[in-house]
Design a protein around this ligand. Structure first.
Ligand code: NAD
Ligand code: LMR
Length: 327
C-alpha cells in the first residue's frame, strides 16, 4: 500500500466541498491505488462545524477503501499540518450582480491568514490550488504570505474555463471533447480571460477550420468568459460540481503528469509572453514529475494580445489593491 497523501480542503461545509471531497476519497484525484488523508478546515462557527460533522458522517458511510484518515479542525495550522496538497476553496462566493472584484476585500484577509498557516505547518513541497474567488489574486496573496514555501507551488483554478471552452468547441464543431487538444485559457478567472482557440486542434487539424472565427471571437469567447455569471443566473448559486471536477482535473494532471496535453493553470508568471513576473496568470502548461512548465513559443494574434492585456491590467490593479493588506 502506498503512503497516504495528506490533502487539506477548506470550505468542506460548502457547495463545492460537497462535490469535491467524495471524489477525492473515491480516488479520482490521485488514482485508484493511492490512499488519502483528508484534513478539513471550515469556519469555527457552530453552524459551519455542524455541517462539517454531517459531511464527515457521510464520508464515513461511504466506506471508501482509499480514505486512510479524516480530520477536522477550525484552526488553520492544525488543518494544514504536513499537508502535501492544499485546496483553498473556502471563501465567500459571488452572488447575483456581484463582480469578482467586489469580493477582494472580503476574501483577502482569509488568504493572508491561510498563507501564513501553510508557511508554518504544511509540507515544504505542498502543492496549493486556490479555487476561492478572486482566485488568481487570492493565490498571489497566499503565495506572498508563505515566503518559506515554493512560489511555483501556488496556483489558481482556470481549468474550469478550459473545460468550458472545450465543451463549447465540441458542441459547435459537432465533435467529442476527446477530439480536441491544445485548447487553453489565458489570464484572469474573470470576464477578462482569453479563451484561446488559435492553437487548438480538432483531430489534429486547426480547430478554427471547423469553428467560424467570427463566431469564436464574438460569441463563443463571451460565452466562456461569462459562464460563471450565467450559471449563477440559472442556478441561483455559483457553479459547484463543475468547479469540483475542474479542481480534480487540475491536481490530478499536476501530480500525475499531463503527457503532451496542455492544461490551463494559473501560475506565477516567469515573464513569458511579456506577462509581468510574479503575477498569478492563466497559461497553457504541461506538467511532468509534479512540476508545471508554461508552453513556450506560441504566436499570439492581435485579438489575443488585446484580450490578454485586459487580464494583465485587471490583475495588476487587484494586486495593487491588496498589496496594502500584506503590510
Ligand atoms: P459556499 O458558500 O457554498 O461554501 C464556502 C465554504 O467556505 C463555507 O462552508 C464557508 O463556511 C467556508 N469558509 C468561509 N470562510 C472560510 C475560512 N476563512 N476558512 C475556511 N472555510 C471558510 O461556496 P462554494 O460554492 O463552495 O464556493 C467557494 C468559492 O469557490 C467561492 O469563492 C466561489 O466564488 C469560488 N469558485 C471558484 C471557481 C473557479 O473556477 N475558480 C468556480 C466556482 C466557484
Ligand atoms: C465560476 O466561474 O463559475 C465561478 O468562478 C463562480 C463565479 O463567481 O463566477
Amino acid at each position: 500500500m502506498k503512503k497516504p497523501i495528506r490533502v487539506a480542503v477548506t470550505g468542506p461545509a460548502g457547495n463545492i466541498g460537497y462535490s469535491l471531497l467524495f471524489r477525492i476519497a473515491a480516488g479520482d484525484m490521485f488514482g485508484p491505488d493511492q490512499p488519502v488523508i483528508l484534513q478539513l478546515l471550515d469556519r469555527a462557527s457552530p453552524e459551519s462545524q455542524q455541517k462539517v460533522t454531517g459531511v464527515m458522517m457521510e464520508l464515513d458511510d461511504c466506506a471508501f477503501p482509499l480514505l486512510a484518515g479524516l480530520e477536522n479542525s477550525p484552526e488553520a495550522t492544525t488543518a494544514f499540518r504536513d499537508a502535501d496538497v492544499a485546496l483553498l476553496v473556502g471563501a465567500r462566493p459571488r452572488s447575483k450582480g456581484m463582480e469578482r472584484a467586489d469580493l477582494l476585500n472580503a476574501n483577502a484577509e482569509i488568504f493572508v491568514a491561510q498563507g501564513r498557516a501553510l508557511n508554518e505547518a504544511a509540507s515544504r513541497d505542498c502543492k496549493v490550488l486556490v479555487v476561492g474567488n478572486p482566485c488568481n489574486t487570492n493565490a498571489w496573496i497566499a503565495m506572498k504570505s508563505a515566503p518559506d514555501l515554493k512560489p511555483e507551488n501556488f496556483t489558481s483554478m482556470l481549468r474550469l474555463d478550459q473545460n468550458r471552452l472545450m465543451a463549447q468547441t465540441a458542441t459547435q464543431a459537432k465533435v467529442s471533447v476527446n477530439d480536441i487538444t491544445h485548447a487553453a485559457v489565458w489570464g484572469n478567472h474573470s470576464p477578462a480571460m482569453f479563451p484561446d482557440l488559435d492553437h487548438a486542434l480538432i483531430k489534429g487539424r486547426p480547430a478554427l477550420e471547423l469553428v467560424d472565427r467570427s463566431y469564436y471571437q464574438e460569441t463563443m469567447t463571451p460565452i466562456v468568459a461569462k459562464r460563471g455569471s450565467a450559471i449563477i443566473e440559472a442556478r441561483g448559486a455559483s457553479s459547484a460540481a463543475s468547479a469540483a471536477s475542474a479542481a480534480i482535473d487540475h491536481i490530478r494532471d499536476w501530480v500525475l503528469g499531463s503527457g503532451d496535453r496542455w492544461v490551463t493553470m494559473g501560475v506565477p508568471s516567469d515573464g513569458s509572453y511579456g506577462i509581468p513576473e510574479g503575477l498569478l496568470f492563466g497559461f497553457p502548461c504541461t506538467t511532468k514529475d509534479g512540476r508545471w512548465e508554461i508552453v513556450q513559443g506560441l504566436e499570439l494574434s492581435d485579438f489575443a494580445r488585446a484580450t490578454i492585456a485586459k487580464s494583465v491590467a485587471e490583475l495588476e490593479s487587484e494586486r495593487a489593491h491588496v498589496a496594502a493588506l500584506l503590510g
